[in-house]
Design a binder for this molecule. Sequence first.
Ligand code: M6R
Length: 378
Amino acid sequence: EKQGFKHYMLKEIYEQPGVVRTCLEVYLRPEWEPQAPYSPVQLGLAPAVLADLEFIQIVACGTSWHASLVGKYLLEQLANIPTSVQYASEFRYAPPPLLPNTLTIGVTQSGETADTLAALEMELSRRQGLEPPLSARLLGITNRPESTLGQLVPAIIDTHAGIEIGVAATKTFVAQLMAFYLLSLELAWQRQTLGGDRLAELVAGLRQLPAQIELILESQERYIEALSHDFSDTQDFIFLGRGINFPIALEGALKLKEISYIHAEGYPAGEMKHGPIALLDAKVPVVTIAMPGSVFEKVLSNAQEARARDARLIGVTPMAEVEAQHTFDDLLPVPEVDELLSPILTVIPLQLLAYHIAARRGLDVDQPRNLAKSVTVE
Ligand code: M6R
């Protein structure tokens, strides 16, 4: 069943190009052109779910919460809709005031996470008696439409990743990112917040992602496996990112914590100097995501601050960037793409790094201690 892979997690990492391809096949109209009088995206949602939105609030836990943070960035930047993301376990006991024309999205790959379900139940109950369009504005993003979530909310985006066995979410995360790209592009089309050319550029960029993920897997796995030997005794890691790649720093840290039991923290790179920099010395590797775009130079200078504290610097960055090559001790190269699409690539080396460090330590990667695949208790 593992098809020759040592662990399900590694198999699922390798399934990611196929997962992205499936999402593109299911949800993008192949014949769409920029001049077409219809959207490039077909999510099959009732019009009332997305019409006239003024605000979006997202609830989720763990890795799904990280995908939602990327989603917030996309919904705000592409569709111009203010969006908040909350931990479901926090939202359920202190939901923010309900604004008119708010869409609430619950993101849960399993569709069974108790806190996320409770947050959505709370949202449903406080919407009781409101006009149908308002009560209809509840959407689930899940890998299991047949789950409890699927029965609770009136609308679903199915992430089509196939069953995920490894406790550490990998392919379902990438599929959730795809759901947010598609939702944001659909809303951008409906609200005309992007020109036809920009929309076409992003659609074309999405279509290239599967081959680009394949390239990262093919070119880097051996190198990352070898690199992982250097961290046999490492006790702490810092992950830095900014903008749309800040949530990927959080995700890289969570993957490492979960399966290797190494303490790891993700930070927005600009926050380093407000405290965490005090942790740095030669024993704490710093993994920095530095993708060309709005914050590239800023991130590099944040990484250089870490270098001044003797930290070993590992960079997730395009190979062609000379300045980045000079900044980092180790490079985990990814293709250069539109900044907005980059999280789906930058997460791949971080998944491989977490996997190989944990596998090298001889740990039970697929069933880490104290963790369950879905957390069905509060
Ligand atoms: O099934 P869900 O997406 O609701 O699960 C949420 C979290 O429990 C889950 O993402 C957890 O953080 C993973 N083990 C992360 O790898």
